[in-house]
Design a protein around this ligand. Sequence first.
Ligand SMILES: Cc1cc2nc3c(=O)[nH]c(=O)nc-3n(C[C@H](O)[C@H](O)[C@H](O)COP(=O)(O)O)c2cc1C
Length: 376
Amino acid sequence: MWTRTRVTEVLDIEYPIIQGPFGGGYSTSALAAAVSNAGGLGSFGAVNFTPEAIQRTVRDIAERTSRPFAMNLWVPIVGQDDAVVPDEALARALGRLRPYFQQLGVPEPRRAGDPVPRFEDQVEALLEARPPVFSFVMGVPDVAILRAARARNIKTLGTATTVEEAVALEEAGVDVITASGSDAGGHRGSFLRPVEASLVGTMSLVPQLASAVSTPLLAAGGISDGRGIAAALALGAEGVQIGTAFLASNEAGAPEVHKKLLGTPEARTTRLTRVFSGRLARGIENGFMLTMGQHLDDVLPYPAQNALTQPLRRAAAAAGRADLLALWAGQSAALARRMPAADVFRTLVEETDAVLHEPRLRSRAVALASPSGCND
Ligand SMILES: Cc1cc2nc3c(=O)[nH]c(=O)nc-3n(C[C@H](O)[C@H](O)[C@H](O)COP(=O)(O)O)c2cc1C
């Protein structure tokens, strides 16, 4: 049975389907709990959360589900995340963004954002709150952190974009590794080599990781229906982590204008870009991405660029301006369906059953499982 794997065993879930965490306000407790209640693993991205907000959120999700769920953090990349931005660079970046601030009537920030919460403080709060699973991206946490998680019976889930990163995560003793292919929506999690040298598609990445490590693997990136899940299992994954298909669900925290684009032909064109946050991430192509992409010298590194564009992105969301928003999405975004998260989940399970039991019916099975009124 495809539903019983080492991933379901280790994470104590019914189906090997994980809802990928979303940082930046796209996660909600309702979404994480809906997926966990459906028998998968719901996740919550808390990258910019204060320690107090992390504890509050863990309590909130635990009140909505008695099943396992994951809290997710970004491991800081030393030498990148802590780089000081010179005044001239800040002035140039602000100058480049000025027309957008003026268009949206947003006051220009005077500096590159408030200090972000310290990872060590976030982890301490997370460990104290004891979510059933601690997932992370952008690196390998300190051995002492992983040991402390284990001592509290918190399972750990790390993210690899290359074979070397998977080996590093395995050597550190994480319980499950997500193989994040470059098809995936949102930020690339590469941490050992430059991200440009770490762009491996899901179809190529998963079998190479399956050959290199013995830790159970999740496949992530471009998986939006039962065909993708069945393929990931065939490649050697023991589960999947799905982001964009859940980002389109009713409970997700994405702005309405963003959700409306998922599942449409416009969502077929995605690009990797640094212009929103300073770090490479995949989203649906739009005007801001294309225009700012011509001025990469005026884009600050993460997290400074992220802080500078945050008020713009907020105002763009409120004004329904898809041309100015970060429309994070993976390469299968056009297959996403707008439904309650529990229905997305049930549909994924039914489609996978159909594909695995009768491969010749796979296209028909997926068509049958699509709701009437889906926006494709
Ligand atoms: C809006 C958005 C935000 C994301 N934020 C995070 C994050 O904070 N931490 C993380 O580990 N993964 C993050 N991801 C990656 C997802 O959890 C998941 O691995 C990825 O979306 C899978 O690819 P797919 O979108 O093609 O399904 C994000 C993805 C999106 C679309």
